[in-house]
Each structure stands twice: as structure tokens, then as C-alpha cells.
Design a protein around this ligand. Sequence first.
Ligand SMILES: NC(=O)c1ccc[n+]([C@@H]2O[C@H](COP(=O)([O-])OP(=O)(O)OC[C@H]3O[C@@H](n4cnc5c(N)ncnc54)[C@H](O)[C@@H]3O)[C@@H](O)[C@H]2O)c1
Length: 360
Amino acid sequence: MSNTQIYHAIVGCGRVSSNHADAFARIPGVTLYYANDILRERTEELASRFGIQHVTTNYQDVLNDPKVTSISLAVPHYLHASMALQAIASGKHVLVEKPFVIKPEDGTEVMTSMQSKGVVVMPVSQHHFDPILCCIKQLILDNELGNIVMTRSHLECVRSKEYYTDSPWRGLWSGEGGSVLINQAYHIVDLLLWLVGSVKRVKAEMANLANAKIMETEDTFTASIVFECKALGNLTITGAGGGEWESYIEIIGTEGVIAFDIAYPNTIHRFELNNKTSMQAWKNKFEESRESGFVSPPGIDYYGNSHCHQARAFVEQIWSQLPQDGVDIKHALKVVNLIQHLYDSARSGNTVLVETSSGA
Ligand SMILES: NC(=O)c1ccc[n+]([C@@H]2O[C@H](COP(=O)([O-])OP(=O)(O)OC[C@H]3O[C@@H](n4cnc5c(N)ncnc54)[C@H](O)[C@@H]3O)[C@@H](O)[C@H]2O)c1
């Protein structure tokens, strides 16, 4: 039996929307059907660039249209949970941009509602679909690095004044839920949990060093992390200075080390194993995964490629018609739960034990 045609809506036509439109436009069997934003000119601009059939400034039009199969939710953070719940209630499948929700408890409600409606709800964690990161994940699962003892993670970028003023929800605790940690460094926290495992306790500091006049949240954040596996890690992030984007992660084990930068998805920065035969075999695997992947655009366009992989996975999950186990949602809730504990530590100045939230 052939797959049914999917009619997809892009909801939120801001900065990241073209990555969704581009990714879904590449999938045979998917029609880009709606562009929705509260700002009409944004819907029209996206629709004309990608040949999207309908535009609306009213989300209800998308929800009420029986032809719409699925939605990309690319709206401000504070709207993710409520708009995902509305989509689910209308029987639409939904791909929710990161962070899945600001508060883990809202995400639990989304998961329960997804299970009762039998739709697909997928949080965006696009780097889980990068071929080279899948290879790194396998390297760690195969215990090639030995016991992980340390992680180093660093994000550095410059966010202009306009980045905040053009999107007024940014830079507010109520709108964005934080800033450089929950937004730009989300992927780093996500990948640390995905690759190294759960975190036991954290001690963090945050500051607003360059943008105090335009935002109330942090532009600089540091933390010490203790993983359940006993490894120690650090997190140094700033959206207030530096040069080119860096989203560097280094994982050091008793048998080797791997380092990569997610801004350059087809690249490994450092790779060594004590076992040189294994090391060569893995180098070959990395090379093969690079060749089978997409051609990387340079620098901050990185998420374009990754969204393509995840959009395909989302569509295939819809076509599979399998019940959703919620594993990826549970992971996303773990990420936001850890982010909340990092903020708690930075606010209180205390070391904080990371308690598992409901659903995470
Ligand atoms: N996965 C990634 O790598 C990645 C990259 C960039 C952004 N994002 C995420 O995507 C989301 C959007 O970010 P952005 O940078 O595009 O923000 P943005 O501010 O540029 O765009 C958000 C859009 O949502 C619209 N909007 C607000 N309320 C709405 C409503 N009720 N109905 C419909 N539209 C509404 C706004 O008018 C705006 O055009 C955020 O969650 C962000 O963290 C993810």
C-alpha cells in the first residue's frame, strides 16, 4: 500500500521556519499546505519562497482544516505546550521546536494527550539524526571510549540587539524561559544527556554582561556537572561575545577521546583510541557516514541539514502508524528538567541535585 499524501503546515514563520519548509519540501509525498503566523507579511514571504498553498494569521484555521495532516510548531517557547495541546486535540501530528516545553510538567501533559489521541508528537532534537553523531553514539554504546571520565562543552556566539528586539519574547523569563542556556545551548545539554547519560548534580553561575538594557535573562552561563556515570563535566556558554559560532563538545574516556562541533556536522575535531586497530576502523566508519550525509553548509546554517533528517523521520513515523512510545519526548523532558536545575543552581548559588521530574 502506498503512503498517504501528507499536508503539512508551518506555524510560526520566523527565523527557523525556512529550515522546516525546506526540509518538508524535499520529501516526496508531502505538500506544504499552510503558512501561519500572527504577522501576515511573514506568512506571505514564506509562502512565496516555498510555494505554500494557503496562508493565515489564525492558528484555528489550520486546526479546523481537515486536510491538514501535520504541523511544524516554530513559535516562541512559551507557546509550545499550549499550541501542541491544541494540535493534538484537533488530531494533527506535530513536530515541536526546541525546547519542547519550558516546564517539564507541561510536557508530561502533552505526552499523555498524544497517547490518548494516537498522533505523532516529536520534539526537535535534530542532531540525533546527523549521521556522524549517530556514529559517535554507537562508538560510546560499544564502550570504545572506556569509562567516560570528563566532558568539556563550550558554546560561543554573538547575538545582536536586533535578535532580541525583532522577537520580543526573547530575553524574558516568561517568553523564552531563560536565554543562552535554554535557547542556544539547548543542543549541547541535549547531546550530553544523549551521549553520556543522566546528570546527578550541578553547580552553576549566570550573568547578563552585555545585554542588560534589552533582556532580563542571562547571556553568559557556566556550570560544573557530575554525571550518574561519575564523569565530571563543565559547561561554558556565552551569547555575548567571541568570534564564529562554536558549539564544541569533547568526551574523554579511559580508552580514548572524541570531540566535535555541531556547527560543522560532518566534522570530527579530535579522535583518539588507545586501540589503534579499532581507531582506524572507526575512522573509516566516520568517513562513510560523512559521504552518505548531506553536503554541509558552513557555519550557522548547520541546522538546515539536520532538520532535513528529522523531518524525514517525523514523516516516516506518521506513515508507520505505529503507537508512539514517547521515548524521544521523555528525553526532551530530561533536557528541560536539567536546564531548570541548572537555572535553580545559578539563582541560588547552591549545588543542586538533579531530581527526575514526572515523565522525564
Ligand atoms: N532547532 C534549532 O536549531 C532551532 C534554531 C532556531 C530556532 N529554533 C526554535 O524555533 C522556535 C522559533 O524560533 P525563531 O528563531 O524562528 O523565532 P522568531 O521569533 O524568529 O519566530 C517566531 C514566529 O512565531 C510567530 N508567532 C508568535 N505567536 C504566534 C501564534 N500565536 N501563532 C502563530 N505564530 C506566532 C512570531 O510572529 C514569529 O514570526 C523557538 O522555539 C526556537 O528556539 C530552533
